[in-house]
Design a protein around this ligand. Structure first.
Ligand code: HEC
Length: 193
């Protein structure tokens, strides 16, 4: 049994070595050690700060909303019809969809953005754009863009260092790409009677 086990280990070792070798030839590893560390830190920050709370679509489980893994970080799903809400209540309350990806309040209806590595997410953003977005509260990180709306807590995230924001950026760019063009902000008056 031991022999079989070591035999398997040896074969696996050779295969791994071969795979690594062939990978080196065709796709050299480009991530420097530092980047790998930053990605890890980015993951830690994203989990601790709780970007999933608003940015990941969820389904209702017996203990509350549960993240849909294949849609993680993709924001409010464009294909989902907006649930009806009581417009009178919304004048004095902020209401969130059950999975927290959409929010209605005096600022209108805001939809959590797609922050996956897809092109409809942050896949084509530069690091500078990402930092500007969270530091200055600019939609898409563009100078001429509108300010980011509640409940995106950018004023808190703005206090993170460039290195931490860069780590979050690097981590998010390793996430599974999910194609989802989040609906545009609905300003007040476009939906309230
Ligand atoms: C309490 C809810 C909430 C949390 C928590 C949250 N966000 Fe957001 N986020 C939003 C909403 C809503 C928007 C859309 C705001 C708008 O359209 O102006 C948004 C927008 C963004 C955008 C801009 C998207 C775009 O297309 O311009 C980025 C980037 C972003 N969030 C990253 C993050 C990251 C990273 C975290 C965690 C560190 C995080 N958010 C945590 C609700 C949240």
């Amino acid at each position: 049994m031991r022999k079989v086990f070591f035999g398997i280990m040896a074969v696996t070792g050779v295969m791994v070595a071969f795979f690594n070798e062939s990978c080196h030839e065709t796709a050299p590893v480009t991530i420097a050690d530092d980047s790998a560390k930053m990605i890890k830190r980015g993951e830690y920050l994203v989990l601790a700060i709780g970007c999933d709370d608003c940015h990941s679509p969820k389904k209702m489980g017996s203990h509350g909303p549960e993240i849909v893994p294949e849609l993680r970080f993709s924001g409010y799903p464009a294909s989902r019809p907006l649930a009806v809400w009581d417009t009178n209540t919304a004048k004095s309350w902020a209401l969130m969809s059950q999975d927290l990806t959409a929010c209605v309040g005096p600022w209108g209806v805001s939809f959590a953005g797609n922050i996956t590595s897809d092109a409809t997410g942050i896949g084509n953003w530069t690091e500078q754009q990402f930092i500007k977005c969270l530091r200055e509260g600019k939609w898409k990180g563009l100078d001429s863009a509108r300010p980011l709306l509640p409940p995106m807590p950018w004023q808190n995230l703005a206090k993170l260092t460039d290195e931490d924001l860069g780590s979050i950026y690097r981590y998010l760019r390793t996430t599974r790409p999910v194609q989802n063009t989040v609906p545009a902000w609905m300003p007040p008056g476009t939906f309230m009677k």
